[in-house]
Structure formats: C-alpha cells, structure tokens
Design a protein around this ligand. Sequence first.
Ligand code: NAD
Length: 292
Amino acid sequence: MSTKTGFIGLGIMGSPMAANLVKAGFEVTGYDLNAPNVAKLAAAGGTGAASIAEAIDGADIVITMLPAHPHVAAAVLGGGGVFESIKPGTLFIDFSTIRPETSIAVATAGEALGVRVLDAPVSGGEKGAIDGVLSIMVGGEPDAFAAARPVFDAVGKVAALCGPAGSGQVVKAANQLVVGGTYALVAEAIVLMEAAGVDAAAGLDMLAGGLAGSRILELKRASMLARDFKPGFRIDLHHKDMGIALDAARQAEVALPMTSLVAALIQAARAQGLGDRDHSALLAVAENLSGR
Ligand code: NAD
C-alpha cells in the first residue's frame, strides 16, 4: 500500500521533491498558490488539489516546502491551514528554511494535536532536489525521524537528526553562512583574475581541483563566468537566511563577523535590484565594488 502524502509548496524545490516522492511510490497530492505548479505535479504522476485541506485529506504524511516563516505560520497554523484539518498520528515534515522559533512553535502546536513534527531544511539546491540527493538537517524526536526515513531516502542522499525541534534550522543557518561566504569569495577570485588579465576559466578549474575546491566551484563556476544568474536560489531567500543566522548568533551570544559581512554583501545585492536573481549574483556586487 502506498503512503498518502499531502505536499504544500511546489516551487523550485518542492516541485522536484514531490516528483521524486511519486517516483518512489508515494501517493502525492499537492497544493500551491500558483496553479501552474499544481499542474506540474499532476504531469509528474501526482494529484493536484485546490486547497490545503484537499491536499492533506486522508494523508499519512504532510509535507511543506514554503519560502519563509510567515508562509509556514499562515499555511500551517493559520485559518484553512494544515493544522485545522490534519488527523492525529500524522507525520508532518516542514522542509522550508525558517526561523528556529517558528519551527518550535509548529512542533508545540503539533504535539497538542497528536501530530509528530520535524523541521527538515535541506541543502543541495535545485539540482540536488531534481537528482534526489539533498542533504537534510533535522530537528525533532527520534521516533518521528525514524518514521520519516522513507521520505528522506526518496528526496535526499543524507539526513541527520541534529537535536530537538528547531535544531535542523540552526544547522541550516550554519550551512547558509558557509554557502554565502563561499560565493562571496569565489566572486572576488573571479574579479581578481579577470582584472589581472589571466584566464579565469582555467584559474577556476585549478581552484576547483585543489584545496579551495567546493560544490559551488564544481557546479556554478561556468554559469558565474557566463554571468548567468537565473535562479536557482534567490538572493531574497539568502537574505532571509542570513537574518536567521544573525538572530541565532545573537541568541547563542556568539560573534560571527564574517557572517555579518556576507549578510551586508547580500543586502547590497538586494539594494542593487538583484533580489530575484540567483545568489551567485554576488559576483555582480563584487564587480560593482571595483567599478567593473
Ligand atoms: P519558491 O518560491 O520557488 O517556492 C515556494 C512555493 O510556495 C511557491 O511556489 C509559492 O507559490 C508556494 N506558496 C507560498 N505560500 C503558500 C501557501 N500558503 N500555500 C501553498 N503554496 C504556497 O521557493 P524555493 O526556492 O522552492 O524554496 C523553498 C524553501 O526551500 C525556502 O525556505 C528556501 O529557503 C529553501 N531552499 C531553497 C533552495 C533553492 O536552491 N531554491 C535550496 C535549499 C533550500
């Protein structure tokens, strides 16, 4: 018997994740505010729904993949939201990247309804979602984590329980500051090499093969050199994530100066009208700083 799964939020990430669940044998019914996204799920073998309530009707597992904490608060805790009609015993997995406080509030509300809740933000980008090889950082209880294993296996390569509710979000914040910092420095490396008149493409190949190598260099160096900033992962979303990281740092009473700097560069990208571009557009900010 296939597992009935309600999937809310079928955007850049949610769409391929839902499609991978269908491929793995889950019976997926999905809803998104944006109708063409719902049609895409139907084309991939799932079922489209016209509301959250319809998408989660009779579901054993409910999944959300939404932009930011206000969307999760509205779609899960708000009127017509997931927790208005979810049945006790359901496993609820929120893959969105949001503030740990919101994940904790959702887990507390879920517990009162007899619903097992996991915060499970992911890393790996659109390509990782399409290929089903995401890295999944999870907060919640061990029994819920064990129950979610088939879902994680269908959409991801690795998943780890990092602690109680909200812990997945803290790990994701750590991930995002590393990703943002890496983009900022790859951008500066490109500006330097091009300004000095060396072959930047050959140079990046060497960086990718040595100690400076990273997934970002591996996957994104060609598109960065071509100034192809189609998202991918939007600057606006990374701005949200740097805010989460800086809030978490303040709460933990630690100083993260590099994180503050990267957050300012991402803020600059927004100010330059790049909010809906891919985060690799930090290259444009680095170029502007040098008048290039
Ligand atoms: P997206 O904007 O492409 O998708 C979000 C979808 O949610 C949209 O299709 C939107 O219509 C839908 N939505 C919003 N409110 C809704 C509601 N109330 N009911 C139903 N649908 C609703 O964003 P994305 O890039 O897929 O990112 C989703 C989450 O994953 C974000 O938290 C992001 O930070 C995180 N993330 C993104 C990437 C990436 O590379 N894009 C990588 C890792 C994590």
